[in-house]
Structures are given as structure tokens and as C-alpha cells.
Ligand binder design. Structure first.
Ligand SMILES: Cc1ncc(COP(=O)(O)O)c(C=O)c1O
Length: 439
């Protein structure tokens, strides 16, 4: 194995995509606040940034969009038109993809629940690449493949149990996701592989791992590939030769959020030499898949809210906005800081500005730092949160009976297109069962 223990290269933050401040105010007048605004060209640019980064890989390379990050149909349709693959994890996501014109042959299906009925549904929907992560899951897949009389390509999700420096870790010792490399008991990569190889109707396709999200040090990918190599070579001695057609290295590519993080090229320069050397040592070329949800979507989107009130208390100036953590859940869950600015902003006053949301919950205080631009915060002005395209819209909650906000997309021609209407209060009442209960 080659040794490429490179340090992540610093990348400075540029506030992109750029939006015209006057237009943001006009959209606020037209559609109300808060609203999300997605930039289509940024979504497309992110695909090419990842593809470009992996050009040194010696086999075929595919990017897969992890739909869980943002299932808005405008986003899915944009990625469908880019011709990339999709990482799906529920029949609901498959429904969305098919309705958006996606091809189920381009799906990598990685389930957590792994039930027979779920597998049957996605196979009937045309999915042919399925990842299993437990022995029971494999049994269920065999049953579903039998019922549908379909040949399925199966990947094994392993947990390499490497140390991951990330906000959200998918690889932890004895963790929830994936099968263990060590041993040959039922729930091990060895036992599951052996069963796949001996089951008619299943085709062993390769391996999958997902180390985490917002991974700020890509060294763990190199370590995971090294462990995979040892596993493949050792297992071949016992089970005989099997070929590996696909290796899916999951997600985790980080987003700047105003700080320095490794770029896709930094990532690739760490992991690709190991993958190229794996091709040599196992003696077969494979297709490499890099899944991404966060990197592909986060930077494309801003959340625009309006300041509704201010208050002074001791040394603090409280700034109340009409958004809350119900629209940016990670600000409460992970104390995640999104780059935020008042527009137009002025030089910060001496007073400490505390940005708070509209929810009756002490957790609804947005983490801010010296990077935040909160000068000139007065009622009526807009506050823009950047990089909110991943794992926020999909987790919108109607806390305090607040309808889900609208989403606007700036398309490739620069037109502002409404892609999700603001939910009406009547719709919310009805979905809560308001029409079902007696008067
Ligand atoms: C299996 C799998 N692949 C890919 C991803 C996407 O990760 P990210 O959004 O960090 O790229 C996830 C996220 O949870 C995942 O569970």
C-alpha cells in the first residue's frame, strides 16, 4: 500500500452563490419570509467538482447523490439531468426519484431496516443494486428476489471501525451501521459474503462503507481501504476467487460553513492512490462510487428570514427573527453554526448581538461567532443563513403551528422559480387531522 498521510489543505471561504440584495427583498415581498432559495448552477458545479477531483482513479468513477440530504423534486431533477447515480434509503425516496424521471438502474439502495417488503417494493420499482448490512437483511433480500424472480446485484456494507474526525460518525467501534470485518459469525462480512456467493439469483457486486458526514480529515478513508484490502485477500484464500465490481466509499465530503475544510481534490488525493493500489493487489478493476448529500447540496441554498423584534438586556442585544431551529435543526441538535449575515449589514455595534428564533424554546438561539455579520440588525431587515441546502429542508417541523416555508430556485437562466409553495395553515390543520375530529 502507498503511504499518503497528507494533511487537509486549507480552503478559504468565499460567500457563494452570490444573490442580489435588492432581489432578496423583492422575493421576501412576493413570497413572504422565511423562504429558502436554491441556486441551480451551484448544484451542478458541485457535481463537476467531485467528478474532476477523482480523475486520477484508474477505473470508472460515479458520483451518487444521497437523496436524504434534500429530497425537493427540483433538486432531484437537477441531479437526474446531470446523469449521476442516486443513493437511496427508503421506498419513499425511490418514489420521488421515479416521479422526477430518474432511472432505477442508477440507484444504490442502502437500507437500515432491510425488510422483505421494502426490498420487494424497490426491486419491483426497478432497483438492481442493493446493499445489505446484516445476515437477516440478506435473508430478506433473498426472499424478495425469489418472490419477484429477479437477479439482484448485492453489495456488503462493512463497518471498518476506523477513527473518524467528523461531526457525525458512521464508523464507530461495534457500531449501528454495517457488518464487522473480523470473525465468521452470522453477522460478519465473511458469513454474508459466503452466503451471497452460494445463493443462485444473487450476484456479488462489491463493498460499501459510509464513515460519516462532514469528515474534516480524510485519512480515515485510506485506513478503511487498507482494511478492505486485507479482508478481500484473506477471504479469497478461504472462499476462492471472487471479483469485486464496485466499491462504494459512502459520503462525508465536508462543506466549508465559513471554516477551512479539505476540498474534494484534497479528499481524492488522499484516497485515490490507495484505491489504485487496491486495483493492483486484488487484480481487478472496479467502479468507484462516492456518495454525497451534504457537499452536493449545502452551499446551493440560503434561508432568508426577517428580523421581527429586538431587545436589550444587560450587555446583550437580542435579535428575534421569524425563523427558528425548526427550519435549521442542526443549529439546535449539533450547535452547528451556519454562516449568517444581516443584509445590508453595517459594522457591528459594541453590544453583543444574540440571534434568536421565534420558538418558545431556550434551545432556539442560533450559534454565532466573530464570522457572523450581524451589524445593523433592526426590525424589518433580512437575515440570511448560508449553506443550508443539506439536512435542513427535509427536517422542517411545523412547531408552533407554523406552516412549512416556500422554496424558490434560481434556475440556470437566472429566473426565480417557485418550487415549493408555502404550506397554508388550512393544509396544516387538515394534515393534523383537523377534518377528522368532531366539532
Ligand atoms: C449510506 C450513506 N451514504 C451517504 C450519506 C451522505 O453523507 P454526506 O451527506 O455527508 O455526504 C449518508 C448520510 O447519512 C449515508 O448514510
Amino acid at each position: 500500500m502507498v503511504n499518503t498521510r497528507a494533511q487537509p489543505v486549507a480552503r478559504s471561504r468565499v460567500a457563494e452563490p452570490k444573490f442580489d440584495e435588492k432581489e432578496l427583498y423583492e422575493l421576501a415581498e412576493k413570497f413572504g419570509t422565511p423562504y429558502y432559495l436554491i441556486d441551480e448552477l451551484t448544484l451542478r458545479k458541485k457535481v463537476s467538482e467531485i467528478e474532476h477531483a477523482f480523475t486520477e482513479f484508474r477505473g470508472a468513477f460515479r458520483v451518487a447523490y444521497s437523496v436524504k440530504a434534500n429530497f425537493n423534486p427540483s433538486v432531484i431533477k437537477t441531479f437526474v439531468s446531470e446523469g449521476i447515480m442516486f443513493d437511496l434509503t427508503s421506498p419513499g425516496e425511490l418514489y420521488f426519484l421515479l416521479r422526477c424521471g430518474g432511472n432505477p438502474q442508477n440507484v444504490m439502495y442502502t437500507s437500515i431496516t432491510e425488510t422483505t417488503s421494502e426490498f420487494e417494493t424497490v426491486i419491483r420499482g426497478g432497483v438492481r443494486h442493493i446493499v445489505v448490512a446484516s445476515y437477516n437483511g440478506l435473508q430478506n433480500l433473498i426472499e424478495a428476489a425469489g418472490k419477484t424472480n429477479t437477479e439482484v446485484n448485492v453489495l456488503i456494507r462493512v463497518n471498518p471501525e476506523v477513527r473518524v474526525h467528523a461531526e457525525l460518525r458512521g464508523s464507530v467501534r461495534h457500531g449501528k451501521f454495517g457488518l464487522q470485518f473480523e470473525g465468521d459469525e452470522k453477522d460478519s462480512a465473511f458469513a454474508v459474503l459466503s452466503k451471497i456467493l452460494s445463493t443462485p439469483g444473487l450476484r456479488f457486486e462489491g463493498f460499501h462503507f459510509h464513515l460519516g458526514s462532514q469528515i474534516e480529515d480524510p485519512t480515515c478513508f485510506a485506513e478503511a481501504v487498507e482494511k478492505l484490502e486485507v479482508f478481500i485477500l484473506n477471504t479469497r484464500k478461504v472462499l476462492g476467487d471472487f471479483s469485486v465490481n464496485t466499491i462504494d466509499i459512502g459520503g462525508g465530503m465536508p462543506v466549508s460553513y465559513g471554516k477551512h475544510v479539505p476540498s474534494p481534490s484534497d479528499f481524492a488525493s488522499m484516497v485515490v492512490p490507495h484505491l489504485n493500489s487496491l486495483i493492483e493487489s486484488i487484480g481487478n478493476r472496479f467502479t468507484l462510487i462516492a456518495e454525497s448529500g451534504r457537499f452536493l447540496t449545502a452551499e446551493s441554498t440560503i434561508l432568508v428570514s426577517r428580523i421581527v423584534n429586538t431587545k436589550r438586556f444587560g450587555e446583550n442585544k437580542y435579535v428575534y427573527i421569524d425563523a427558528g431551529y425548526h427550519l435549521l435543526i442542526d443549529s439546535a441538535l449539533l450547535r452547528h453554526e451556519y454562516p449568517v449575515e444581516v443584509i445590508p449589514d453595517r459594522k457591528s455595534s459594541e453590544q453583543k448581538t444574540v440571534l434568536v428564533g421565534r420558538l418558545c424554546d431556550p434551545l432556539d438561539v442560533f450559534p454565532t461567532s466573530s464570522r457572523s455579520k450581524l451589524g445593523g440588525a433592526e426590525p424589518g431587515k433580512l437575515v440570511v443563513f448560508r449553506d443550508v441546502g443539506a439536512y435542513s429542508i427535509v427536517m422542517n417541523m411545523p412547531f408552533h403551528s407554523t406552516p412549512r416555508p416556500c422554496i424558490i430556485m434560481r434556475d440556470a437562466l437566472g429566473n426565480y422559480v417557485l418550487v415549493r409553495r408555502t404550506q397554508t395553515i388550512e393544509e396544516l390543520f387538515s394534515q393534523e387531522g383537523g377534518d377528522l375530529v368532531g366539532n
